[in-house]
Design a protein around this ligand. Structure first.
Ligand code: GDP
Ligand code: CO
Length: 393
C-alpha cells in the first residue's frame, strides 16, 4: 500500500494527532518517496493476523451482513455482536446460519454472540462491570454496548488490534479497504497505544434521482469544528487537524482499548478525543497511565479510497446526533466559557435558552476485566455464543 505521510502532526500533551492521510495506491510497487510511505503487503498481513474485526449488527439485511463478512481479510478474526430480533421470526438464527455456512467454505475464525444473551449479562456482573446492564440484568441496547462486548471477546482470543466495521455497508470492497487502512495505520505507528480513524472522501446520497457525492454532513462538520476549537483554545494555536470526530469506522490497539473510557449513543466516537485530551492532554491533572503517557498516544486519520455507502435508515434525528456529539465537548474539563458559549450557539435551534447539553454517560475502562474468565463463563453456559475456529494453520 502507498499512503501519504501526514503533512503535519499536532501534539497535545502526550496525544499526537496526525493530519489526514490519503491512500495513494491500495497495492503499491515498493516505490518510496519523501511524501509517502510504502507498506509491503507482508507487513499488513502480520498486523491482520493479530487483528479482530468486530461487526455490530442489528436487524440488517442478511445480504449486507454476508457481503461484509466475506470482505474481511482472511487473516483477521471476525467477531459478530448481534442485537437482531429473535421474536416473530428469529433473525439471529438466520445470521448464525449464514455465518456457519460461510465458515464451512472458508474456515476463517469467526465468533458470534447475541447482545441479549442472559449469560452475557451474568458474565459482566461476575466481572464486577455492571455499566452495560439494565435493571433486568441484560446488556442494554446500543451499538456502543455491542462494541464493548466485542472488545472483550477480542481480548479473550488474545488479539493485539481491534477494529470495527458496520454490517450495513453496501460495498464489500470498501470494507476490505477499511481493514487494510487500519492495518496500515498500525504499521506506521510508533506507539503501542494508537488509534486509526477513517474519513470518507464521499458519502454519496441520492438527490433527485442522481448520485450526489456528498463530503460533509452538518453533524460531522460541527463535531470537528468544536473539537478543533477545544484544542485551539487550550494550546493557543489555531488548528483544524481533527476531521474524524464522528468516525464510526475506527480501530485501536488492545493496549489503548484497555485504558479508554467509553460513552454510549452518538457520543461514542467524539468522546474518544475528549477523553484522550482530558486524560493525556497537557492540562491533565495527574498521571493516570504512566506507560501510555511515556509512549504517547497516536491518532491516525486516513481518507479511504472507497466512498461510504450504507443503509439509510431514516428516523435519525440530527438533533440527537448533534446533542450527543457536542455534549462531550461542552462537558470536557478543557472547555472554557468561550467554547461553551459557541457550542450553545450551535445548539441554539435545538435547546431552549435555559437548557444545557446533557451530561455525558461514561463507562470506565475494560482493562481490569479478566477476559479469559469472561469467555469461560460464556463458553460453559451461553446458548447464543458460537465459535468457529480457523483450521488452516
Ligand atoms: P449509522 O451508520 O451511524 O447511521 O448507524 P447504523 O444504524 O448503521 O449503525 C451502525 C452499525 O451498528 C450497524 O451495523 C447496525 O446494525 C449496528 N447497530 C445498531 N444498533 C445496534 C445495537 O443495539 N447492537 C449492536 N450489536 N449493533 C447495533
Ligand atoms: Co450505517
Amino acid at each position: 500500500m502507498l499512503i501519504e505521510l501526514p503533512r503535519q502532526t499536532e501534539v497535545f500533551g502526550s496525544v499526537k494527532i496526525h493530519e489526514l492521510q490519503r491512500i495513494l495506491k491500495l497495492d503499491s510497487g515498493g516505490f518510496e518517496n519523501p511524501m509517502a510511505k510504502d507498506i509491503p503487503f507482508d507487513e499488513l498481513k502480520d498486523v491482520l493476523k493479530r487483528f479482530a474485526v468486530i461487526i455490530p449488527t442489528k436487524d440488517e439485511k442478511i445480504h449486507l451482513l454476508d457481503g461484509v463478512l466475506r470482505a474481511i481479510p482472511f487473516d483477521c478474526t471476525v467477531i459478530v455482536v448481534s442485537n437482531s430480533k429473535r421474536k416473530e421470526y428469529d433473525l439471529y438464527k438466520m445470521e448464525k446460519e449464514a455465518i456457519a455456512s460461510l465458515h464451512e467454505r472458508v474456515q476463517q475464525e469467526i465468533i458470534v454472540i447475541h447482545q441479549k444473551d442472559p449469560e452475557l449479562g451474568l458474565a459482566f456482573y461476575d466481572a464486577g462491570y455492571d455499566y452495560l446492564l439494565s435493571k433486568n440484568g441484560l446488556v442494554r441496547n446500543g451499538k456502543a454496548e455491542g462494541m464493548m462486548i466485542g472488545m472483550l471477546l477480542a481480548k479473550s482470543v488474545g488479539k493485539d488490534f481491534i477494529g470495527f466495521a458496520d454490517a450495513d455497508n453496501y460495498i464489500p470492497g470498501s470494507v476490505r479497504e477499511y481493514v487494510l487502512d487500519y492495518a496500515a495505520g498500525f504499521c506506521m505507528s510508533e506507539s503501542p497505544y494508537s488509534m486509526v480513524r477513517l474519513h470518507w472522501r464521499y458519502k454519496p446520497k441520492v438527490v433527485e434521482d442522481k448520485l450526489y457525492f456528498k463530503k460533509w454532513g452538518r453533524v460531522s462538520e460541527a463535531t470537528n469544528r468544536y473539537l478543533n476549537l477545544l484544542l485551539s483554545t487550550n494550546s493557543g494555536f489555531e488548528t483544524g487537524v481533527v476531521v474524524t470526530g464522528n468516525a464510526g469506522e475506527h480501530a485501536m490497539t488492545t493496549k489503548l482499548a484497555d485504558i479508554m473510557c467509553y460513552s454510549p449513543g452518538y457520543s461514542v466516537e467524539p468522546y474518544h478525543f475528549v477523553y484522550l485530551f482530558d486524560v493525556f492532554g497537557h492540562k491533565a491533572e495527574k498521571i493516570a497511565y504512566p506507560n501510555a503517557e511515556a509512549a504517547g498516544v497516536e491518532i491516525f486519520q486516513i481518507e479511504t479510497l472507497n466512498p461510504h455507502i450504507h443503509e439509510e435508515k431514516g428516523g435519525k434525528h440530527i438533533k440527537n446526533m448533534l446533542l450527543g456529539s457536542l455534549c462531550t465537548i461542552y462537558n470536557s474539563k478543557l472547555c472554557n466559557d468561550y467554547v461553551r458559549s459557541k457550542v450553545l450557539e450551535e445548539l441554539g435551534d435545538i435547546l431552549d435558552p435555559w437548557e444545557k447539553p446533557p451530561e455525558v454517560t461514561v463507562m470506565p475502562p475494560i482493562g481490569g476485566i479478566d477476559a479469559d474468565r469472561f469467555m469461560n463463563v460464556l463458553e460453559r453456559k451461553s446458548e447464543t455464543l458460537e465459535r468457529y475456529e480457523e483450521t488452516r494453520r
